[in-house]
Design a protein around this ligand. Structure first.
Ligand code: HPA
Length: 273
C-alpha cells in the first residue's frame, strides 16, 4: 500500500462525508455493530465503495462506515472490521485506520469480542484493554515505512492511552458497571485455540484472546493516535469450561451486552479529550 492509495481512499470518503469532519474512529467488533444503527442522520458508506479498501466477510460484520454525532462527538464508525483470517494482510486489515487518520481522526476506540483467559472473568464482562500481546502472526508495519504516518521503529510502550483508560474506568464506576482490565492476546484464527494454547497464553500474561484489534492498534500507535480498547468477554476460552466454542455465542453475547456497552461508550465519548 502506498501513501498515495491512502490519500485516494481518504479523498473519496471526504467527498461522501460532505463536509462532516470526524474526530474519532470507532471500530465495532463482532456482535457490537448495533451501535452504528443508533447514530442519528448517519451517512453510510459501504467499504466496497472506497477505492483500495477490502470488504468485510465475517459473521456479524456489516462492512460499512457510518458517520455522525454520538454524545456530542463527531464519530466515524466502522460497522464491522477486516480480519487476517478472511485472507487479508495485516496492513489491509488496518487500512481504514490510516484513512481515518488522514480524515482528521487523531483518536480511536477499538472494540472486540474475546474469549476469557483470566479465570476470574465471566462471560458478559467488559474489559478495558491495558496492552496487547502479538508474539506470532503478521505485523501491519512490515514493508517500506510510510514516513508520512510515523517512524520506522515506533514506540509501543503505551498503545492504549493511560488517561483514556482512567476516564473509562471512572465512567464505568459512575454508571455502576463493573469493568475488568487486562491484556489482549492476538491469534490469527480462524479456529479457536486449544486448551494447551490457552494455558500458554495465561502463563504469558494474557487475560483475553481474540482474532482482531492488534493490527489496528499498532497502526494507530505508529500514527500517533490516542487509543482506547474495550473487549466483551463472549465466552470463556478453550479448556476453562468443558464446553465447545462457536461463533453463535459471540453474536448472542453481543446482543445481551448491548445496553451496558452503549452506555459505557457514550459516557466515555462525553468525557473524552
Ligand atoms: N478465541 C479467539 N477469539 C475469540 C474468542 C475466543 O475464545 N471469543 C471471541 N473471539
Amino acid at each position: 500500500m502506498t501513501y498515495q492509495m491512502y490519500c485516494e481512499s481518504a479523498e473519496y470518503l471526504r467527498g461522501r462525508l460532505n463536509g462532516f469532519q470526524p474526530e474519532v474512529l470507532l471500530i465495532l467488533g463482532s456482535g457490537l455493530g448495533f451501535l452504528a444503527d443508533t447514530v442519528p442522520d448517519a451517512i453510510t458508506v459501504p467499504y466496497g465503495d472506497v477505492p483500495h479498501m477490502r470488504q468485510s466477510t465475517a459473521l456479524g460484520h456489516a462492512g460499512r462506515f457510518v458517520a455522525g454525532t454520538l454524545a456530542g462527538r463527531r464519530v466515524l464508525l466502522m460497522q464491522g472490521r477486516l480480519h487476517v483470517y478472511e485472507g487479508y494482510t495485516a496492513e489491509e486489515a488496518a487500512y481504514p485506520v490510516r484513512v481515518a487518520r488522514l480524515l482528521g481522526c487523531n483518536r480511536m476506540i477499538v472494540t472486540n469480542a474475546s474469549g476469557g483467559v483470566n479465570t476470574n472473568f465471566q462471560v458478559g464482562d467488559l474489559m478495558v484493554m491495558t496492552d496487547i500481546l502479538r508474539l506470532a502472526g503478521p505485523n501491519p508495519l512490515i514493508g517500506p515505512n510510510l514516513d508520512e504516518f510515523g517512524p520506522r521503529f515506533p514506540d509501543m510502550s503505551h498503545v492504549f492511552d493511560r488517561d483514556y483508560i482512567a476516564a473509562l474506568q471512572q465512567a464505568a464506576a459512575e454508571l455502576g458497571e463493573p469493568l475488568r482490565a487486562g491484556v489482549y492476546y492476538y491469534t490469527t484464527g480462524p479456529q479457536y485455540e486449544t486448551p494447551a494454547e490457552i494455558r500458554a497464553m495465561r502463563t504469558l500474561g494474557a487475560d483475553a484472546v481474540g482474532m482482531s484489534t492488534v493490527h489496528e492498534v499498532i497502526t494507530a500507535a505508529h500514527a500517533g493516535m490516542r487509543t482506547l480498547g474495550i473487549s466483551l468477554i463472549t465466552n470463556m476460552a478453550a479448556g476453562v469450561l468443558d464446553k465447545p466454542l462457536s461463533g453463535d455465542e459471540v453474536i448472542a453475547e453481543g446482543e445481551r451486552a448491548k445496553g451496558k456497552f452503549s452506555r459505557l461508550i457514550l459516557a466515555f465519548l462525553a468525557r473524552m479529550d
